[in-house]
Structure formats: structure tokens, C-alpha cells
Design a protein around this ligand. Structure first.
Ligand SMILES: [Fe+2]
Length: 322
């Protein structure tokens, strides 16, 4: 058993199950679905989640109110705060509302979660010798039964490890028209959160996965995706990772975004080799270090506080900038 007094100890038990040679061949090129045993660590029980919530650093979570499913309007995506609520009370309120809580960088707040994150990626790397992930990140998503996550793309390598409830994940191709270069560049530059233009007909080209507890899904870099909760309170782990290839792709799109938005020139294709690549990697590093783009980066306003006594679980507050 992985569980030991609620904490993960050094263990010979595997978290990932059923990894086959074909998964190594598919990884990074196609979505990969595997089984996992994260629940058995005991680190994602209500008790543990409530403990985390009671003292979670404000800068490391997003609490969002979602529109009803079928509504694609990001204007309904409004940021709130947990306030000084006890973790167990906050957890019950999130379960009862149409809310979505993303605890980011959990590995920085909890050593047992950091250990389990390392074990997950050690196991993947043992199955794929050429896979050398670094800058690992573990998040926990807790969302109400009717919540949805809109069409978006993430910057680092991503995997979703489902723990509770049922959810449907739609994964789309990571190239135009599903992912226009100009839009992934803006996400990388921090000009927009993660949202990209969506058309309902994109669904004809998506793969959809109904995830049950104990299943994980990983998809190729930057693949747009959206998620619908199908039933029950949903709890999932998200992991992020970087590799040399992901870093190079980030650098070239960062530079291309600067060329397109600051220099107003059409950028070259986002190739990650040759002299043109290294020139753009240097440009990206220089602009990033200078802080030049900070003023154009998006602002996040907090407009409501979790309120267990209210039907919608939200109380308006004087907006403040995060
Ligand atoms: Fe995502």
C-alpha cells in the first residue's frame, strides 16, 4: 500500500498501471490514456483537501464561477477568493455551487504531494528513457457537478489524473484552425489567460474521453481542450512538466509573438532548429529578462468571496487586483 498514516513514504508500489510499449511510441504525438492509483496515497481525501484549503496561499489558487454547460462565454468566468473560511466548510460550499477551484503548485505547500509528483514522473521516465521531464508542477482541481472548463490551450506539457466524479475531456488538434499561431503566442506572452477562439464545428475533429476515477489522460503539447463534468463532484490532479523540446517550442513562440505584436512583422515558422531558432531563443530570453512586456500582461481581478450560506455560494466584494 502507498498509504502510510496519510503520507506517502518511499514505496515500491507503482502509481501508474498498464503502461505498454505502444504508450511510449504514442506519448507526445497522440493522447495517451492510462490507469493510476493516486487515490490509494490518501493525499486527496476530503480530510487532506480540507487541510490544504485551510492555509492555502492566495497567490497559488484560482477560484472561478462557471457558466452553465453549453455557454461558451468567458465573461461568466469570474474570479473569487476563499476568504478566511475553514477548509472543510469551503470544500462543502465548492461542492454545492457551480464553482471550479484550481490549487496550483501543491508540491510547494505539501511535501507528501511533492514526493508523489516525483514518483509519478520517475515512473513515466523509467518507461520512456528519452523522456527527461523537469520543472514538475502538481495542481488539484475541485469542481462542482455542473462545472465546465472552456476551450483553451496550456503552455507546458499536461496530464490530467482523474480521482472522483465523471468528466468528459475533448482534445483537439494542436495546429490551425484549432490553434492559430497568433493565439498560442499570446498565451505564452501572458497577454491572455489560456482562451482561444472556439467554433462548435471543431468538435467534429476532437477526440472525446469519458474519464472515470483512476484514469489519466495526457495529450500532445498545446492541444486545445475543454472539459464537461458529467456527474458528481469532480476531483482531479493536473500535472505540468517541461522537457528540452517543450522549452524550445516555448522560446520560439515567445519570440514569434514579440515579432508579431511588438515589431508588427509576420514571424517565420516556429521551427526549433538551426540558426534562425537560436537567434529567436536569444530574442525571447532578452525580452523576458527585460520585463518589457509586463505592462501588456493581463490583470486578474477578484470580485467575490465564497459564501456557504448563499444559494450561489458567492458574495460580491470590492474588486481587487491579484
Ligand atoms: Fe488545461
Amino acid at each position: 500500500m502507498l498509504r502510510n498514516g496519510g503520507l506517502v513514504k518511499a514505496s515500491t508500489d507503482k502509481i501508474i498501471e498498464g503502461f505498454q510499449p505502444r504508450h511510449a511510441a504514442l506519448w507526445g504525438h497522440e493522447p495517451v490514456r492510462l490507469r493510476h492509483r493516486l487515490t490509494e496515497t490518501g493525499l486527496f481525501s476530503d480530510e487532506c483537501l480540507a487541510q490544504l484549503l485551510s492555509h492555502y496561499p492566495r497567490e497559488n489558487y484560482d477560484l472561478l464561477h462557471m457558466a452553465e454547460q453549453g455557454t461558451g462565454n468567458l465573461a461568466h468566468w469570474e474570479e473569487g477568493e476563499l476568504g478566511a473560511l475553514d477548509g472543510a466548510v469551503a470544500l462543502e460550499a465548492i461542492k454545492a455551487g457551480r464553482l471550479w477551484l484550481n490549487l496550483r503548485r501543491v508540491h510547494e505547500s505539501s511535501t507528501p504531494h511533492a514526493q508523489v509528483l516525483q514518483q509519478m514522473f520517475d515512473e513515466l521516465a523509467a518507461c520512456m528513457p528519452s523522456f527527461r521531464p523537469y520543472r514538475l508542477n502538481l495542481g488539484i482541481l475541485i469542481s462542482s457537478p455542473g462545472a465546465q472548463v472552456y476551450y483553451h490551450a496550456d503552455v507546458p506539457g499536461q496530464s490530467l489524473w482523474h480521482l472522483r466524479g465523471k468528466k468528459r475531456v475533448y482534445v483537439y488538434p494542436n495546429h490551425p484552425p484549432f490553434l492559430p499561431e497568433a493565439q498560442i503566442e499570446k498565451i505564452i506572452l501572458g497577454f491572455t489567460e489560456a482562451e482561444i477562439d472556439y467554433q462548435p464545428w471543431f468538435d467534429d475533429y476532437a477526440r472525446s474521453y469519458d474519464l472515470e476515477p483512476g484514469e489519466m489522460l495526457s495529450w500532445p503539447l498545446n492541444c486545445p481542450h475543454r472539459v464537461e463534468n458529467l456527474g458528481g463532484v469532480n476531483v482531479s490532479v493536473t500535472t505540468e512538466h517541461w522537457t528540452t523540446a517543450i522549452r524550445n517550442s516555448y522560446a520560439v513562440r515567445y519570440a514569434n509573438g514579440v515579432i508579431r505584436n511588438q515589431l508588427r512583422l509576420p514571424p517565420p515558422p516556429p521551427t526549433t532548429h538551426g540558426a534562425r531558432f537560436w537567434a529567436r531563443a536569444a530574442l525571447a530570453a532578452g525580452v523576458k529578462a527585460s520585463g518589457l512586456l509586463r505592462q501588456q500582461q493581463m490583470e486578474r481581478w477578484v470580485r467575490w468571496q465564497l459564501a456557504p450560506e448563499r444559494t450561489d455560494k458567492m458574495r460580491p466584494i470590492s474588486p481587487y487586483l491579484l
